[in-house]
Design a protein around this ligand. Sequence first.
Ligand SMILES: Nc1ncnc2c1ncn2[C@@H]1O[C@H](COP(=O)(O)OP(=O)(O)OP(=O)(O)O)[C@@H](O)[C@H]1O
Ligand SMILES: [Mg+2]
Length: 604
Amino acid sequence: MRKVKNKSGEKSTIRKLLGHFSSKKRTLLLVIVCTAMWGLVWSITPYITGLAFDVIYDSLEHHEIANPKILFYVLLLTFIALSGFLAQGLAFFFVGNLHQDIFKKLREEVFDSLQRQSHKYFGEHSTGEIISRSTSDIGIVTNFFFAIPINGTLMISEFTVLLSLLFSINLLIGIVCVLFLPIMWFTTRHFKKNFWPLYFDARKQIGMLNKVIQENIAGAIVSRVFDAREKDLTRFDKDNSQYRDFMIKAHKYGAAVWPQMLLIGGIMVSIVILLGGTLVMNNDMNMTAGLLIASIMLSGRLFVPINHITRLGVVLGQGQALGTRIFEVIENIPVIIDDPGAINLPDDGKGEIKFEDVSFGYKKEPVLEGITLSIPAGSTLALLGGTGSGKSSLINLIPRFYDVTKGAVKIDGVDVRNLKLESIRKKIGFCDQETFLFSRKIGENIAFGNPLATKEEIVQVAKVSQIHEFVESLPNGYNTIIGERGITLSGGQRQRLSIARALLADPLIVIFDDALSSVDVKTERKIQDALEALLENRTTIFITQRLSTIKFTDWIVIMDKGTIAEQGTHTDLLSKNGIYKRLFETQIDGVLDLEIIEEVEDET
Ligand SMILES: Nc1ncnc2c1ncn2[C@@H]1O[C@H](COP(=O)(O)OP(=O)(O)OP(=O)(O)O)[C@@H](O)[C@H]1O
Ligand SMILES: [Mg+2]
């Protein structure tokens, strides 16, 4: 069996996320240019305001009624405000496109990978986990594609402009401000260090809550039958309270960070006022009242780029944690893929199946051991055996849902591992033990494996499966939607639709895994009678617990604890006095009773 390779870790998750920008380089450049412009405009405004203030102050001192310079500053500030408005609008527009395009691409990558995964993957990962990775995790991770260009660019342009201006106004003021930056940074770091672990715990807790809700809905009937309401409520309450406690604790850190930032900012601005004020009072040539106002406003804005750093820290943290979960899905190499030299199953294949000394296990423990079995092309085989004896596991090896651990499974003499997966699966009609139907129209469900089928072909297989009359009785017939938005079907009706679906794919090999178990014996017989003509020249395997099915088969195989215990025709096996004989004796009464009932019904 091929090993599951997981490439994640070869390249860091953040680098992989950054790599997703590469297909959108032009849009990214536009976002950066517009955002840099926005940062520049936002940071320069206090300085221009300070200069304007000096002009007004000057005019007042010289008793000038109108100074054209004031108009110049008014126009300049209006122009700056308009540029800021435009730059910000465009930055959001471009980043919106960029963010949504990458979001879509990631969803596609995850979905594409899931489509290729083997049965083993779905056995090892719960539906809830897969869904949360492919929806909410991606949603959160894509904040990265918004924050990196926006907050990253803003941070750089704001720091550059604010600090350059502060230094150009006064060296000492510039130095004081720079010295305060690490203090602000440590405040947010402290918050980050304590808040995020709690936030992630809370997210896990939300996952638990969702699981409880999901199981409660799925198992609603079981829950009611066993009157587990009280127990369910207690369980839910425990998880719910735990979530609340995590969030309260997390927000305590959040609540402390802002007052701390304001306090530190306040102290810094006071020092700037003290330094700048002293210079103004001493009539320093290079420090005017306007420049003092500008430096107060500029230093007061310094916490904003610090905030961008915090935001970047958040998205990098989320990107690392949740991105890893997403790339685990995207990069998981399916266990079962086409071998490089794989060939197509020929169109004129006969459908002979051979198991040659096959052993198999899902994990270490073997589930099948030393199975050697030959199913001639066009024959019908019945596979019987107790629950857990390995019947489903055995037939799962034919379409290569799993690979053997020893031996070989061959179709028409070719090892399935040397055949192209698509070509094998196209030739196999599979009625799974757990009937799954899509929330689509009945007609579409039947034609799932053969979307080009005509209405006549769909009706023909529906008739064979004894479901046609029922479908016709529905107001929308074959256009009736199944599932949450449509009708609910009984177990037997679902099985019959699944038989129709398997037959319509025009398979060379047909496998029914307990596909008639929910159908009453009388309908089963009708289906089998109708199937007889259709199954001619197709290799058919019936897994069944009912001996009534066996009447129509050429060969019977009895499985026990992963091995073939007995095989032969009905008569052979009866004479052997083994498992089959005992099974026959326990079931025969029931079958006889039924035959009597049927005869009585037919007579009346
Ligand atoms: N996906 C799986 N992962 C691990 N073990 C599995 C898996 N599916 C089945 N098994 C185990 O393999 C053994 C054989 O199971 P299998 O489903 O083949 O039995 P079966 O004969 O089809 O039974 P039933 O009549 O109940 O359908 C069982 O012990 C079962 O627990
Ligand atoms: Mg089974």
